[in-house]
Design a binder for this molecule. Structure first.
Ligand code: NAD
Length: 474
């Protein structure tokens, strides 16, 4: 059954939009149209922002503990529907269900609970120091425009909504056109828990709606996650209008395999670290840097592990790799592979479309070797199941190579010696690195280096306006 939802969620109700323009939603595993959403315009965005502005004074007045209670209720409600939510996201973006159950199921629940805890202990006001009675206030920044990509839409949305609501901000969400139906499902949950109308609003659409939201004078902060190209435009607008902005952008991260690494550990973490979500994750470590002395061994292991991976229907819980999100994305990925081969790279695995999957936007997991650092596949974010494996001479060479990138988002260092791995990680110009995998706590900051973004403060800091009230010492 198709879901045609050409509407917006404003002031606690699903309401008609002012345009008949719409965007089809296609299941990337079958290429069948499964629904549509409104391609909202500036007038619709303005209505959503007005609702968030109207709701702001009342929401600001609630205590942090009351806001924590709403977030906990949301987590409980979400937990009951997590399985349905994961399936709905997979239906739209092709994320393999075993991953979607985490990123669109259990992770958002954990993020909402974590932010409830932050709200519980949040102190909006404190005295500056024992010998200075001045006050420091932490006030909600105001109305937040939250712009979300399609690859892990619910955990990325939770990581915006959680702290924004805990801090006392109201929000207008503009989901990605590929994954908007799940955001409407979240809106239904917000009504179920009795969140006051207008505190969260959802307006769907593409770039026009996103641009209107960013440019709207009623938006005090833009929290954007998406491509570096869009992030530059958005950050420039926010600069011109002097709005707060967080921009979490693209990456081309490195997995550094040191010569003492336990290769069984590396193999066990390969897909989740280097090609999660069929390579469509910002922190994917798509450059594997391997010691020259063990290069052949590492390449063989990568080829064997990915060669044995299951490619297929993302709804099947055994699938490790699913389709790419769209035909456009598949063509982009294939053109990267072709450009690498034309430039002298060699495909050690994959490079084409998998057999037996005539429908769906599938590309084989692909491992490229004989890479030169000036090649586009070494430098640019591909956002697909394509890895390069490149040899290094020693730890210093590995660090130089890892840092030879315009991005700096994720990263991983594999070694049996945690101190040695940590020393390498300290030298890498990248925002979040994990040793022997890629797990990061909700409490850890996620500041991108270089073209990977600006902002990404942990906790509620990104949604607060600081203010001081200087008072005379008595
Ligand atoms: P995208 O930039 O095309 O779109 C992201 C969102 O921004 C969508 O909702 C889109 O409609 C909107 N948008 C696009 N251009 C806009 C503009 N000029 N003004 C306002 N809104 C605009 O990205 P995508 O293809 O949806 O997602 C993939 C990208 O996101 C990759 O580059 C990936 O690395 C990045 N990403 C980063 C993180 C992170 O935390 N750093 C997380 C996930 C994805």
């Amino acid at each position: 059954m198709t879901q045609d939802r050409r509407e917006m969620f404003v002031d606690g109700k699903f309401r008609p939009v002012s345009t008949s323009d719409h965007i089809s939603i296609i299941d990337p595993a079958t290429e069948v149209t499964i629904g549509s959403i409104a391609d909202s315009n500036e007038a619709d965005v303005s209505r959503a922002v007005a609702a968030a502005q109207t709701a702001l004074p009342g929401w600001k007045e609630t205590s942090p503990q009351e806001r924590a209670a709403y977030l906990r209720a949301l987590a409980d409600c979400y937990a009951e529907r997590a399985e349905d939510m994961a399936a709905l996201v997979t239906h739209q973006n092709g994320a393999v269900i075993k991953r979607s159950r985490r990123t669109n199921g259990t992770r958002p629940v954990a993020i909402y609970r974590y932010n409830a805890q932050l709200a519980d202990t949040f102190e909006p006001e404190s005295v500056l120091s024992p010998d200075d009675p001045s006050l420091v206030r932490r006030e909600p920044l105001g109305v937040v425009g939250a712009i979300v990509p399609w690859n892990a839409p619910q955990s990325l949305l939770a990581s915006k909504l959680g702290p924004a609501l805990a801090a006392g901000c109201t929000v207008v969400v503009k989901p990605s056109p590929e994954t908007s139906l799940d955001t409407f499902m979240l809106a239904e949950m917000l009504n179920e828990i009795g969140l006051p109308p207008g505190v969260v609003n959802v307006v769907t659409g593409g770039r026009e709606a996103g641009t209107a939201l960013v440019r709207h004078p009623g938006i005090d902060k833009v929290s954007f996650t998406g491509s570096t190209a869009a992030g530059r435009v958005i950050a420039a607008t926010c600069g011109e209008m002097l709005k707060h902005v967080t921009a979490e952008l693209g990456g081309k991260s490195a997995a550094v395999v040191l010569d003492d690494a336990d290769l069984d550990v590396f193999a066990a973490n390969l897909i989740s670290t280097c090609l999660p979500n069929t390579g469509q994750v910002c922190y994917s470590c798509t450059r594997i840097l391997a010691p020259r002395s063990r290069f052949a061994e590492v390449v063989d292991l990568v080829v064997e592990t990915l060669g044995n991976a299951v490619i297929g229907d993302p709804k099947d819980p055994t699938s490790d790799f699913g389709p790419l999100v769209s035909e456009v994305q598949r063509q982009r990925v294939e053109s990267y592979i072709q450009s690498a081969i034309a430039a002298g790279a060699r495909s050690a695995l994959g490079g084409g479309r998998p057999m037996g999957l005539p429908n769906g936007y599938y590309v084989e997991p692909t491992v490229l070797v004989d890479i030169r650092r000036e090649m586009r596949v070494f430098r640019e974010e591909i956002f697909g199941p394509v890895l390069v494996v490149v040899p290094f001479d020693d730890d210093a060479d590995a660090v130089r190579m890892a840092n030879d990138s315009s991005y700096g988002l994720g990263g991983s260092v594999f070694s049996k010696d945690i101190s040695r791995a940590t020393a390498v990680a300290r030298q890498m110009e990248t925002g979040s690195i994990a040793i022997n995998g890629h797990d990061r706590s909700d409490a850890a900051p996620a500041h991108g280096y270089k073209d990977s973004g600006v902002g990404g403060d942990p906790g509620l800091a990104g949604y607060l306006q600081l203010k001081s009230i200087s008072r005379p010492r008595s």
